[in-house]
Write a protein that binds this ligand. Structure first.
Ligand code: MN
Length: 194
């Protein structure tokens, strides 16, 4: 099996009280595992694609000479795998502020608070399931994306830096329909920004 579930870099309860242990456990061990399993299943049909980095597969998805249904499966489950892998890494029980990122954001949005407000508005306004992203292009210009399902900024040729999962599975157990409360809590565990 080419892909496997990465270990969480902290315990399931490490993000309490902002993100609860039960949500983290189900999100990681069930939802993320399913993306990994289904990505492996589609790649089993295309062994020639196994050695290509997942980032490259997503960036070049349209050019791949495979059935449309398999492209969709890679988009959804490959996206799900890479998105969640990043999601676990950018969160943590304590802050580890990325000085360079902070400076870049302040240059583009004037302040971290202004950036958070814009990002939060996109996340609360995203209809249905999806993610909000801060990404950069090959010239290091920042881009914000609100993308449906498990679509990755990689599909647009951009490198994801920060992603917020607003699928209900990311918050429903603790926050139910209160997505805005989940988003406010998530900023507390996003380790790169103060
Ligand atoms: Mn998720």
């Amino acid at each position: 099996m080419p892909y496997s579930l990465p270990k969480l870099p902290y315990a399931y309860d490490a993000l309490e009280p902002f993100i609860d242990a039960r949500t983290m456990e189900i999100h990681h061990s069930k939802h993320h595992q399913t993306y990994v399993d289904k990505l492996n299943a589609v790649l089993e049909k295309h062994p020639d694609l196994v050695d290509e980095p997942l980032e490259q597969l997503l960036a070049n998805l349209e050019q791949l000479n495979i059935p449309a249904a398999d492209k969709t499966a890679i988009r959804n489950h490959g996206g799900g795998h890479t998105n969640h892998t990043l999601f676990w890494q950018i969160m943590g029980p304590s802050k580890s502020v990325d000085v360079e990122l902070v400076a870049g954001i302040e240059k583009e949005w004037q302040s971290i608070d202004a950036f958070k407000k814009t990002f939060t508005d996109m996340a609360t306004g995203l209809f249905g399931s999806g993610w909000v992203w801060l990404a950069k292009d090959e010239t290091n210009k920042y881009h914000l994306h609100a993308l449906p399902n498990q679509d990755s900024p990689l599909l647009h040729g951009h490198t994801p830096l920060i992603g917020l999962d607003v699928w209900e599975h990311a918050y429903y157990l603790k926050y139910q329909n209160k997505r805005a409360d989940y988003i406010a809590a998530w900023w507390k565990v996003l380790k790169f920004l103060p």
